[in-house]
Design a protein around this ligand. Structure first.
Ligand code: FAD
Length: 673
């Protein structure tokens, strides 16, 4: 069996990164100019990496599907970004952020990577503030923080409900500076379709110009993948419509390991599905759990009456409400991690307490917060001012709603637009939905994949979140990778490449790769069947939700594998892609991505079947504690599953990266006390 070298530096945990930086090889400024780096992706990971590598003096080629780097999926991030600044003086530290992240990931992440992440988290905030990112501030000017799940401190920095957008504008400004300087060349509306390998090293990509349909070749000394996650495998998800897992599959086919594909995150607070013709789900940020309380009726008959439209949530008396997270997890309450909150919502709905017409929704209620914040706000008002507001009760309501609006106004507005209910007056309805994928391309400590010269950063890699990601940690990881980790580690690789001249794209490896891409496209175009790409994607999504979703079991996973094969067959015999390949063709773009989702779906089911334990977001129903919590099997499964491609329709080989915990005591996760 191949051994997996994660290249974790020697030394005590807290000194590994410092030691690495002190001893790694660097590339001198004159040589940087002679080295080309392809960065695929312009989200927070790719954008920050391209800008930083350009600033260092490398020659960067930066690709994205959208018409502007600013439209990457990262722009959708709402709630915030974590850092261990301890501005609140509430007990935070680098170690605590590290500990919470490892524990949140259910002891399935690599210690050394997570410690480094916590360490550089504070640099990210400084960098972004220097760029002008308008983080929320306290009265005295200090940056404000709020709480997110899985933590007992407030360490989440935010810009209202638009943190991703503001951070991306910061990275985009930094990127544009490099475009102007000529160190970064931007390729928008390009989609990578294959990786080119020369003598065992990543040396370029094949990409389709999405406007002209032309297939083009690009060469470089190293390739960085920052293409985001594969959550759209479920069809309905909170991800952007163009988010996909295709580059991960391309790299996997060329020898990069696909790590922990089964680890997918189902986010507890999304607007529930409301119909068969829906193509997108909307997230209600986790930040809402700071002030919103989650409940369902205590009595099944009340839940049934609500579903039938005979009772309203506001008719249910306080004593008849079951705040089930506060009941089950007194220490963390509504701020338990996402996997725990999602499973608890499903459990209540499966048990018959769901509140939407479909029975698959729970309430997120702000009534108590509005009163609490309203009472605080009127303390400074005199009698006349309170009278002007209509008396004490009316003043509390008015001021309380204003306080809630100042924190979450845009999210409330979005909810009202979609659901046509006013969440200040009646509780929101929420239900878990596919949101994030912890699995992805395997990388070592240097963020290099198992292919020399191929790096993966941000959500596209598997690195830091184990079996469950904590809220506000994806932005932290993407920017840590792009601004502070990759720009160092890639030099350790490139320092050996300074003698290597630029590559010609006429080399046979490029010719072959282009031929293969064209053949793949021709194969799909020639199917000329009857079904739309979306209808097949939706069918796959149903299978994934049913059998590879929040709850999994052996029989279901075996069924999933069989059913995905059937959908695959249907795809290859009956999909219809209208239009031509050599021009703009959105259906062709979708078909290529769905073809890859079919492969990812199978990998997820296979990985989930192999992992005979429950951990984080991977919940095997056969492996649970008496009170329904995830039950790990550390003796047999304390490893990263690394799947190695063996050829079309062949079972991939499973390699294992053993996880060792030296600084942390591994224990059963407990959010109750
Ligand atoms: C609604 C929502 C809210 C969220 N809120 C938060 C939050 O508050 N805090 C937090 O920490 N995390 C949050 N997340 C998660 C976080 O937004 C993502 O994990 C993160 O933004 C991913 O960044 P990325 O740079 O890795 O990838 P992305 O932002 O997904 O960027 C991918 C890039 O790759 C490009 N690309 C993809 N495929 C190709 C291809 N084949 N060829 C060329 N280019 C390609 C795309 O064009 C894009 O530029 C949220 C996620 C969602 C869905």
């Amino acid at each position: 069996m191949a051994t997996i070298d994660s290249k974790i530096p020697e030394g005590p945990l807290a000194e590994k990164w410092t030691n690495y930086k002190a001893h790694q090889k660097l590339v001198n400024p004159a040589n940087k100019r002679r080295l080309d780096i392809i960065v695929v992706g312009t989200g927070l990971a790719g954008g920050s990496a391209a800008a930083t590598l350009g600033e260092l003096g490398f020659n960067v080629l930066n690709f994205c599907i959208q018409d502007s780097p600013r439209r990457a999926h990262s722009i959708a991030a709402q709630g915030g970004i974590n850092a261990a600044k301890n501005y609140q003086n509430d007990g935070d530290s680098v170690y605590r952020l590290f500990y919470d992240t490892i524990k949140g990931g259910d002891y399935r992440a690599r210690e050394a990577n997570v410690y480094r992440l916590a360490e550089v988290s504070n640099n990210i905030i400084d960098q972004c503030v220097a760029q002008g990112v308008p983080f929320a501030r306290e009265y005295g000017g200090q940056l404000a923080n709020r709480s997110f799940g899985g933590a007992q401190v407030s360490r989440t920095f935010y810009a209202k409900g638009q943190t991703g957008q503001q951070l991306l504008l910061g990275a985009y400004a930094a990127l544009n500076r490099q475009v102007k300087k000529g160190t970064v060349k931007q390729y928008t509306r390009y989609e990578m379709l294959d990786l080119v390998i020369i003598d065992g090293r990543a040396r370029g990509i094949i990409a389709r110009n999405l406007v002209t349909g032309e297939i083009e070749r690009f060469a470089a000394h190293a390739v960085v993948i920052a293409t985001g996650g594969y959550g759209n495998v479920y069809f309905l998800s909170t991800n952007a419509m163009a988010s996909n897992g295709s580059v991960a599959v391309q790299c996997y086919h060329k020898g990069a390991y696909f790590a922990n594909p089964a680890y997918a995150q189902i986010h507890p607070t999304c607007i529930p599905v409301h119909g068969e013709f829906q193509s997108k789900l909307t997230l209600m940020s986790e930040s809402l759990r700071n002030d919103g309380r989650i409940w369902v009726p205590k009595k099944k008959e009340d839940a049934a009456a609500i579903r039938a439209g005979k009772l309203k949530p506001t008719d249910i008396k306080e004593e008849d409400r079951d705040y089930y997270l506060e009941r089950r997890y007194p220490a963390f309450g509504n701020l338990v991690p996402r996997d725990v909150a999602s499973r608890a919502a499903k459990e209540r709905c499966d048990a018959g307490y769901g509140v939407s017409p479909s029975g698959y929704a729970v309430y997120l209620d702000f009534k108590e917060s509005i009163e609490r914040l309203g009472k605080q706000a009127i303390q400074g008002l005199d009698h006349h001012e309170i009278e002007k507001l209509g008396g004490e009760a009316a003043a509390i309501q008015k001021k309380g709603k204003e306080a809630v609006a100042s924190r979450y106004g845009n999210l409330f507005q979005m909810y009202e637009k979609i659901v046509d209910q006013n969440p200040y007056e009646t509780p929101m309805m929420i239900y878990p939905a596919s949101h994030y994928t912890m699995g992805g391309i395997w990388v070592d400590y240097e963020l290099m994949t198992s292919i020399p010269g191929l790096f993966a950063i941000g959500e596209a890699n598997f690195s830091d979140h184990g079996a469950n990601r904590l809220g506000a940690s994806a932005l932290m990881q993407g920017l840590a990778d792009g601004y502070f980790v990759l720009p160092y580690t890639i030099q350790n690789y490139l320092s050996d490449q300074i003698q290597v001249p630029r590559f010609s794209t006429d080399l046979p490896e490029f010719v072959e790769a282009e031929k293969a891409v064209k053949a793949r496209i021709a194969r799909l175009m020639n199917i000329k069947g009857k079904r739309s790409v979306d209808s097949i994607h939706k069918e796959l999504g149903h299978i994934m939700v049913e059998y590879v979703g929040m709850g999994r079991n052996k029989a279901g996973l075996e069924t999933a594998l069989k059913k995905i094969d059937e959908v695959k067959k249907e795809f290859y015999t009956n999909v219809r892609i209208p239009g031509e390949a050599n021009t703009l063709n959105v259906e062709l773009e979708k078909a290529l991505r769905v073809e890859d989702f079919l492969e990812i779906g199978k990998l997820m089911a296979l990985d989930a079947l192999n992992r005979e334990e429950s951990c984080g977001g991977h919940f095997r129903e056969e492996y649970q504690t008496e009170d329904g919590e995830a039950k790990r099997d550390d003796e047999h499964f304390m490893y990263v599953s690394c799947w190695k491609y063996q050829g079309e329709d062949k079972k991939p080989e499973l390699l294992k990266e053993e996880l060792k915990y030296e600084a942390i005591k591994v224990q059963q996760r407990n959010y109750k006390k």
